[in-house]
Each structure stands twice: as C-alpha cells, then as structure tokens.
Design a binder for this molecule. Structure first.
Ligand code: TRP
Length: 335
C-alpha cells in the first residue's frame, strides 16, 4: 500500500537528534515506497516568534540542509516552504470557522506550550490557532499518514475533527482523515533528562554539531546521581546515557548486557558514555560533512526548495479549489 505522507518542522533552529529519532529517520525510509512531502514550517515558526522574524528566515535553509544531510532525497520527497504556498493560508481561514475557541484551548499540546512559554494574556492569536494551520498543511496534500512524535497526536486528532466537520457540513467527501506514523523511540529527552530535547532549553545536540561538541555533550550527560563509585549499583531508568543507547545503539543485546551490569554495579559512567559517543559520532560524522557541503551552496538549497514548492503549489491549489467548490464559493478564479 502506498501512503500519501506529509510532515513538517518549524524553522526555529537547526534540527537536532530529537527530530532525527522522532521523525527524520523514518522519513528517509518512507520516501522509497510512498509519496512524501516535507514542509519547512516557517509560518508556524512565526506563531511564537512574531517579533523576531529574522530568527525564522535565518533558519529556513538550515532546515533544508538538515533534510538533505540526513538523506531526504529531493527526487523522492517534495521539500516545500510553507509561507510560499498561499493555499495553506487560505485553507486555514476556512477551517477556522469550523473550530471553537474552547476546542483550541483544550488542545493538550498547545495548552502545555502556553504554560511553558508563560504567555498568559499576551498569547498570540496565531499561536492558539496553529493546529488549524497544521490541519491545512495536512489536508492540502491529502495526507493519509503523518510521521510525528507523540506530542503531535493532538494536532492530528484536531485535523481529523476538522476533516469530518468539513465533509459533514458540505455533504461532500472532499477532505481525507490522516493517521500518525509513530517512531519507535518517542520524544527523546534532553541531555539533562529534563523534558524533551530542545534548542531553546540548551539540552540538544544539533545534527551539524562538531565532534568536540558531541564529545562534551555526552560527557556531561545526566546519569544516575546515586551512582557515585564504579562499584555502586546504578539506575538505568531515567539515566540519559541508557535512554540514548536504546535510541542510537544498534546492538540491542550489548545494551541489555550493559544495563544488567550497571544495575549490579561495577560499570562506570565513562565506559557507557564512550560507547554512546562512538554511536553518535559515527551517526553524525557523515551528516555533518554533507550538511557543511550543502550550507556552502545556498543556491543549490534554494533551487531544491523552490522546485519542491512549485510542485506542492499545484497540489495544494487543487485542494483549495475543491474546498471552495464544496463551499459553493467557486464563482470565478482570477488568472
Ligand atoms: N508542529 C510540528 C512540530 O512542531 C511541525 C509541523 C508543521 C507539522 N506542520 C506540520 C508536522 C504538518 C506534521 C504535519 O514539530
């Protein structure tokens, strides 16, 4: 079975290992059998960076470089830019009439982000409605499957509610419901073990991080504060080195053995950190090199993005035309 896949990433910074295990790794696999579109979500990035648009514009090509560096192939995957696709903005406005403010405020992901960002009454209206804009992203491409981390499940639920509502109101099956494709490793915690990996919390390893940076990050990782001497029994749960070994070390039997040894006592933090560092360095080394090559050729990054966006424009305009027709608002089209 072939899926129609859409995902995106906010262009708020370079992508990191959390993005990699949460979704990028899957996309590289999926692109071979399925029709996949990947979106640089610059508009969504603006929803909590309204007064700092430069932060978003400066990261658009970084994200494209990250995509290419991990192996997303522009010949197999359509890579596009959200702000260059007017259909997405238009669809958002139509969908907004099918969603109540109360429902938006109940979205668990948005709710916790509002608390975390301490918005209170200065909550940007655009931020509150970003799940609706995400519904536009997903439906514009008729996506049947969306590879995301678990924190995005409420977005898909809200999208499907809009889809059902729209189809019900218009009496036409114009929009398609979508399903998540969850990755094996859900939501990589940050290096400090506090919450998810995120650049703004300073607990992330970027995909383009230098070898020294990776070394330092691993050596400073949160382990088990009770594991003072090597001979002490140590805790594996909540120990970030083991959490990361589970995510990045392919030798699961070895990791299981090390966990048992660590629990018994007699296995030092430095040993397990060295193993993790080896895994991460060998994963990141080729990514870093490819990324640097792409970053050195901004013209090529722009070409890739523009080409993909052109294709995405055609698809999304078609959906918009269907949506307007279903609403009876297709009196005429300019140009
Ligand atoms: N909200 C997603 C994130 O923060 C990014 C995103 C934007 C997205 N549009 C999307 C994800 C469409 C999936 C589908 O990671």
């Amino acid at each position: 079975m072939s899926y129609t896949i859409l995902t995106g990433d906010r262009a708020t910074g370079p992508l990191h290992l959390g993005h990699y295990v949460g979704s990028l790794r899957q996309r590289v696999e999926l692109q071979h059998q399925h029709r996949q579109t990947v979106m640089v979500a610059d508009l969504q990035g603006l929803t909590d960076n309204g007064s700092n648009p430069q932060k978003i514009s400066a990261n658009v090509l970084n994200v494209v470089a990250d995509y290419l560096a991990v192996g997303i192939d522009p010949l197999k995957t359509t890579i596009c830019l959200q702000s260059a696709l007017p259909a997405l903005t238009e669809l958002t406005l139509y969908y907004l009439n099918l969603v109540s403010v109360a429902r938006l405020e109940r979205n668990p992901t948005v709710k916790s982000e509002i608390v975390e960002k301490d918005f209170a009454r200065s909550l940007p209206a655009g931020f509150l409605i970003y799940p609706v804009s995400q519904a536009a992203d997903i439906t514009a491409f008729g996506a049947t499957h969306v590879p995301v981390g678990a924190d995005q499940l409420p977005m898909l639920e809200q999208t499907n509610e809009i889809v059902r509502r729209f189809n019900h109101v218009t009496g036409q099956a114009v929009l398609t419901e979508c399903r998540p494709l969850l990755s094996k490793v859900d939501r990589l915690p940050g290096l400090d073990g506090r919450g998810k990996m995120s650049k703004s919390r300073g607990n992330a390893i970027a995909l383009g991080a230098g070898a020294d940076e990776v070394h330092r990050a691993v050596m400073s990782m949160y382990t088990d504060p009770g594991h003072v001497r090597v001979s002490d029994p140590g805790k594996v749960e909540g120990n970030m080195v083991f959490t990361y070994l589970d995510a990045f070390c392919e030798d699961a039997a070895l990791v299981a053995e090390l966990k048992a040894h660590y629990r018994r006592g007699g296995l030092g933090d430095v040993k397990i950190k060295r193993l993790l560092e080896d895994c991460l360095q060998s994963l990141l080394e080729p990514i870093r090199t490819r990324r640097a090559d792409f970053i050195a050729d901004k013209g090529e990054l722009l070409r890739v993005l523009q080409e993909g966006t052109r294709r995405a424009h055609q698809v999304s305009q078609r959906t918009l035309a269907q949506v307007k027709a279903a609403l009876g608002l297709d009196f005429f089209a300019l140009d």
